[in-house]
Design a protein around this ligand. Structure first.
Ligand code: ADP
Ligand code: MG
Length: 243
């Protein structure tokens, strides 16, 4: 359903993605792990063209985007079908929780306010923050802000949500509530890629774990395969350091 083929990206002289291939089925939850600086964020950012890849093909359903000849409309469509959740939430500070969630519905999709609010309230309920609809980001904890960030990503009804270390900026005691929201989405078969340092979460929530190092996918498999008997030496070495 989602296919990334031979994705390459350099910054200056440094090639960060050296040819990445991923296939993801509808409803699949894929965790991406690996050392810092190996291109995990770049991969996600290229997948929705926040960064323009140098080479490769990204397909989602009937949409195929070729890096070398990507049309503006196709990039626009790709962005509609993918949503990102960032480490640093990136909420609008002068908008309420509900407005943050409905912004893309009213401003981009031109859905009437009343209808957008209805969708927004349903999402607030799903992320457990119905009572915070009129709160501004500054009045919310980091965990609550990130749950709004996830709600915002859900609002556009994307084919896939790309999470880039969604809990790394949070105090330890706030990590659980955010992971719980993501686990709920997994139960509802939302298709997701989650870059994470939370190995316990990857093990529990992911259908598949991808280990990236040096701009490549080094190894992938079911969580128990990767965590219990990694085949690659680099995977084993990384896991021995983090777990
Ligand atoms: P990861 O998410 O795995 O930690 P990143 O994808 O963020 O890795 O970064 C991979 C490499 O690319 C790093 O060396 C980083 O410094 C570099 N890089 C990422 N984004 C940019 C950019 N916009 N400009 C220049 N270098 C970048
Ligand atoms: Mg990163």
């Amino acid at each position: 359903m989602i296919k990334v083929e031979n994705l390459k990206k350099s910054f200056g002289d440094i090639q960060v993605l050296k040819g990445v291939d991923i296939e993801i089925q509808k409803g699949e939850v894929v965790a991406v792990i690996g050392p810092s600086g190996t291109g995990k964020s770049t991969l996600l950012r290229c997948m929705n063209y926040l960064e323009t890849p140098d080479a490769g093909v990204i397909s989602i359903g009937d949409l195929t985007v070729y890096a070398k000849s990507a049309a503006k409309n196709d990039i626009h469509e790709l962005r509609k079908r993918t949503s990102m959740v960032f480490q640093s939430y990136n909420l609008f500070k002068n908008k309420t929780a509900l407005q943050n969630i409905t912004e893309s519905l009213t401003a981009v999709k031109k859905i009437p306010r009343e209808e957008a609010d209805k969708i927004g309230m349903k999402i607030l309920q799903q992320v457990g923050l119905e009572d915070k609809r009129d709160s501004y980001p500054s009045q919310l904890s980091g965990g609550q802000q990130q749950r709004i960030g996830i709600g915002r990503a859900m609002a556009v009804n994307p084919d896939i949500i790309l999470f880039d270390e969604p809990t790394s900026a949070l105090d330890p005691e706030l990590v659980g509530e955010v992971l719980d929201v993501i686990k709920e989405l997994a139960k509802k078969h939302m298709t997701m890629i989650i870059v994470t340092h939370e190995m316990g979460f990857a093990r529990e929530a992911a259908d598949r774990v991808i280990f990236m190092d040096g701009g490549y996918i080094v190894e992938q498999g079911r969580p128990e395969e990767i965590f219990e008997k990694p085949k690659n030496e680099r995977t084993a070495k990384f896991l021995s350091k983090v777990s």
